[in-house]
Write a protein that binds this ligand. Sequence first.
Ligand SMILES: Nc1ncnc2c1ncn2[C@@H]1O[C@H](COP(=O)(O)OP(=O)(O)O)[C@@H](O)[C@H]1O
Ligand SMILES: [Mg+2]
Length: 548
Amino acid sequence: MNYLILVHKGLKTIKPIVRLRWGVMTALNVEKFRELTPSEFFYRNREIAGFSNPVRALYQTVRELVENALDATDAHGILPNIRIVIRRESGTSREGIYSIMVEDNGIGIPPNHVPQAFGQLLYSSKYVLRQTRGMFGLGAKMAVLYGQITTGKAVEVVTSPINSVRTYYFKLRIDIKHNKPIVLKKASYPKINGWHGTIVKLYIEGDWSRARSKIYEYLRRTAIIAPYAEILFEDPDGNVIFFERRTSKMPPPPKEVKPHPHGVDIEMVKMMIHSSSAGTLKEFLVKEFQCIGEVTALRLIEQAGLNPDINPKELSIDEIEKLVRVIRTSKDIRPPKANHLSFLGEEIIKTGLKSILNPEFVEAVTRKPSVYEGHSFIVEVGLAYGGAIKPSDKPILLRYANKIPLLYDEGSDVSRKIVDSIDWSYYNVTFPAPLVILVHICSTKIPYKGVGKESIADVPEIEREIELAIRDVARKLKTYIAKKRKEREEAEKAVAIAKYIPDVANALAKIFEDIPREKIEKELLKLLNKKLKTFKITSLDSIVISVE
Ligand SMILES: Nc1ncnc2c1ncn2[C@@H]1O[C@H](COP(=O)(O)OP(=O)(O)O)[C@@H](O)[C@H]1O
Ligand SMILES: [Mg+2]
């Protein structure tokens, strides 16, 4: 060190400079190079996956495990039964050690994949083009990793795959340095009562009192978007909340698709060529992409100036580049199909909103499929108004992506931007108003702003669809509010008139002595009721008209 300072100081005063500069460079710029495994990277940067502090970590753990449970059920046509138990293991009512257990009745996990599924970051069964909640191969492992570094405890997994006759038990931890699972215990038993599914239990340092409201809100929003699920939650204070199944109608399971030519790049095509068994370029295009038939394939290959019979593995980088340029921009290719997407549909959205929010008015719309950068997507919007919804200064927004509720970073989300840009007075809404807007985007590729999956980027095509969908349901709300207003005006007028009927009847009875007063009153009321369109007044003793 002394030497360094000496040389450093010497730079200003001592000559010759050239020799000294060499000395400084070698002494100061010796860097140690080494590789970081994914586990090490996420261990150091856990906040980017949503594990920044004990509050977020508790919420994120519940979320990741519940997402996996739902992916293992509804994505495979199984009506989800999910049980979540959080227990305080030690500590005060604030920060402390909590155990989190999530159980599902899903397809289970093949035992040979369990260690990596929970003990190796970036290991997933979802690295295919299919609409699932999970997509990064991180969630479960981040929870295991966070638990391991804050409590030192291992994760326990019990699973019985749907087509297996056995149940498997694993206790494992992550070797962070090598990004590999370390299995501490494993066992297997015969299947009991035909049960299939998975139970995951892990321990983390958390802060229940501050995570509480977020976790409850997350579950409530999950219940809104998945009214076909049964969710039981036991919290650390001993409270139990049960969201019962309100419909057995489920969205169709998502299907895996081939990439669309507009959504690929050079690296992806290289990987596709590497794993393809196609013997010719023409066969490669037809077999590995969606929306390319033989005729289109030949046309595209011609436009790229290539030979249709060449083995794709023999293409040079330049040739692949030419091919990609043509297929990415070609107008000859049909837009991507959307029949693989799993959207909820208007009925399920309305059921979810009605049963959880208890509104007076509910509406929903599912837009037709659309496309951004070669990925098809569908936007669905629900609207709930009045009833048990508390008025707020701007619309309450419920954001969802592939059926995942998004709770954080609302301010930077594309949907918030659009909801706030709409002039709601045009739709007869004046704030504070009891208005909830639900926005659901489904796609094989959601443009999240981060791996924590909390907000969606401003993609113009998606923006446009969201706005059209919101305006669509808002128009229906406008008609409803206008109708209600008319009813109220009519009611007010009717009451004003009805108030005078007894006096008028009295006066008339004096003129027409032979007609009883009651009869005149009855006739006058009949006359008034004839003019009323939306309701009738049945008695004048107490005029009660309920107007919201
Ligand atoms: N409850 C579960 N049921 C079935 N499979 C599961 C369950 N939890 C995790 N898995 C499997 O473990 C893999 C890794 O999960 P995870 O780390 O959350 O990443 P991702 O969900 O993004 O794939 C999943 O792809 C899935 O195959
Ligand atoms: Mg996951």
